[in-house]
Write a protein that binds this ligand. Structure first.
Ligand code: FAD
Ligand code: EPU
Length: 340
C-alpha cells in the first residue's frame, strides 16, 4: 500500500473557493481506503476537505487537513426496479449527476451544478430547486475516527435536515465519509416544486420537461444567479434561510407581504434571507475586498484580497441590519474555520 502523499506547511487559499489566505500545518491527500488506519486519531485536529466550496478559512488551521480524493462510481440493481448508485466521496458531485443522466438514472437532476465533492453532499444535505439529497440518499459509508472502523450509516440515521446533518452538528469531525449510496429511478418524474424553475420552463413553453430540459433549466438559472467560483471567489449562499414558526411567520408576512417564503410540511415557514438583505440595500456593497454579490444578496464574495477581518465586519453589519429591520437572526451557512 502507498502511504498518502503529505505536504508540510500547506497553502489553503487555493483549496477553498472563498480563497482567504490561510495555511495548515500538514496536508494529507487520501486516495486509497487502505490508508485510513494511518490517519491521525480522533483527538487530533483533522479537517476533511473535498472541493472547499463550503469552507471559509478565517485563520490558519493548527493541525492536519485531509483532502479526500477517493474515486469510483458504480451502479447495481436495487428493489422494485430502482438502481443503487455508489460513488466514492472524492468524486465531483456535478460530474456524478452527469454520469447518472447519461445512464438514464433519475432523482438528482435538480441538484446539477452544485459545486463540491460527493462526500460533502450529506454534510449539509445539499438542496436546490426543489430537490434535496435526503430524497435519494440510501446510506453513507464512513470511517469512524472514534472507533477506527469503516461503517455503513443508513440515511435515516444521518439526521438530515435543511442544510444540516449529524455530521455538521452533534458529531462534527467524528466521521470521514468515504462513499455515498443513492437510490435512483429508471422512470423520470420531474420534480417541479420550485416556482422559479416552473416559471423559467413555462417561459419556454415547457410544462413537462425531459430530463435534459430540466437539467439545462437548472443550470441556466444557477449561472444567471450565482457567481462562478473560478472567476469570483465565493462559497454560495452565505446565510441560511431562516425558518420561523407559523404564527411568527404570519406576523412577519403581514408586515412584509412581498417577502418570498416556502411553507414546510410541519407548518413552519422558510423565509428568503436574500430578499431581506437585498431590501436593506446590501447588493454590491463591500468592506474592503469582502463584498455582497451584485446579482444575489445572499452570496458574499472575495473580490481578490479580502481579509478575515473585512469578512467578519461585513457579516456583522449585514446580520445587524437584518436583525434591526426584521427581528431575524441570520445564521452563517458555510463552515467558518477560525471565527467563533
Ligand atoms: P467542503 O467545503 O470541502 O467541505 C464542507 C464541509 O464538509 C466541511 O465541514 C468539511 O470538513 C466536511 N466534509 C467534506 N468532505 C467530507 C468527507 N468526505 N467526510 C466528512 N466531512 C467532510 N449547496 C447547496 O446545498 N445547494 C446549492 O445550491 C449550492 N450552491 C452553491 C453554489 C456555489 C457557487 C458555491 C460556491 C457553493 C454552493 N453550495 C450549495 C455549497 C456547496 O457547494 C455544498 O455545500 C457542497 O456539498 C460542498 O462540497 P465541498 O466538497 O466543496 O465541501
Ligand atoms: N431574492 C431577492 N434579492 C436577492 C436574492 C434573492 O429578492 O438579492 C429573492 C428571489 O427573487 C427569490 C427569493 O429571494 O424570490 C429566493 O431566491 P433564490 O431562488 O435564488 O433562492 P435562495 O433562497 O436565495 C436557496 C439556496 C441555494 C439554492 C437556491 C435554489 C439556501 C441558503 N440557499 O437560495 O443554495 O441554490 O435556493 O434552490 O437555502 C447554497 O446553499 O450555497 C445555495 C446557493
Amino acid at each position: 500500500m502507498r502511504r498518502p502523499e503529505t505536504v508540510e506547511g500547506a497553502d489553503l487559499a487555493p483549496l477553498s473557493t472563498f480563497r482567504l489566505p490561510a495555511t495548515a500545518d500538514r496536508l494529507i491527500i487520501l486516495d486509497q481506503l487502505e490508508q485510513l488506519p494511518q490517519l491521525p486519531r480522533d483527538n487530533d485536529s483533522l479537517l476533511v476537505l473535498g472541493g472547499g466550496s463550503n469552507t471559509v478559512f478565517t485563520a490558519d488551521w493548527p493541525g492536519t487537513v485531509l483532502l479526500n480524493r477517493l474515486r469510483g462510481i458504480e451502479a447495481e440493481p436495487a428493489d422494485n426496479g430502482a438502481v443503487r448508485v455508489r460513488a466514492a466521496a472524492g468524486e465531483n458531485w456535478h460530474q456524478l449527476v452527469r454520469w447518472c443522466l447519461k445512464r438514464e438514472l433519475y432523482g438528482i437532476e435538480n441538484l446539477i451544478l452544485i459545486p463540491g465533492s460527493v462526500g460533502a453532499a450529506p454534510i449539509q444535505n445539499i438542496g436546490a430547486y426543489g430537490g434535496e439529497l435526503a430524497a435519494v440518499l440510501e446510506s453513507v459509508s464512513a470511517w469512524d475516527r472514534q472507533n477506527g472502523a469503516l461503517i455503513e450509516i443508513p440515511a435515516a440515521e444521518c439526521g438530515l435536515a435543511y442544510r444540516d446533518s449529524r455530521f455538521k452538528s452533534s458529531e462534527r469531525g467524528r466521521f470521514l465519509i468515504t462513499a455515498v449510496s443513492l437510490k435512483l429511478q429508471r422512470q423520470f418524474q420531474p420534480a417541479l416544486g420550485y416556482q422559479s424553475l416552473v416559471d423559467h420552463l413555462g417561459a419556454r413553453a415547457i410544462s413537462t420537461p425531459t430530463p435534459r430540459q430540466l437539467a439545462a433549466a437548472v443550470m441556466r438559472l444557477r449561472r444567471h444567479r450565482l457567481p462562478d467560483p473560478a472567476r469570483l471567489a465565493n462559497a454560495g449562499s452565505f446565510f441560511k434561510n431562516p425558518v420561523l414558526g407559523a404564527s411568527t411567520a404570519a406576523a412577519m408576512l403581514a408586515e412584509h407581504p412581498c417577502l418570498p417564503h416556502w411553507r414546510l410540511s410541519d407548518g413552519s415557514v422558510k423565509l428568503a434571507a436574500g430578499w431581506m438583505i437585498d431590501r436593506q440595500g446590501w447588493r454590491g456593497r463591500r468592506v474592503g475586498d469582502a463584498g455582497v454579490y451584485q446579482n444575489h444578496a445572499l452570496v458574499l464574495v472575495n473580490h481578490g484580497r479580502a481579509s478575515a477581518g473585512q469578512l467578519g465586519e461585513l457579516i456583522d453589519r449585514i446580520t445587524a441590519s437584518v436583525a434591526g429591520e426584521f427581528g431575524v437572526c441570520l445564521e452563517v451557512e458555510p463552515n467558518l474555520i477560525g471565527f467563533e
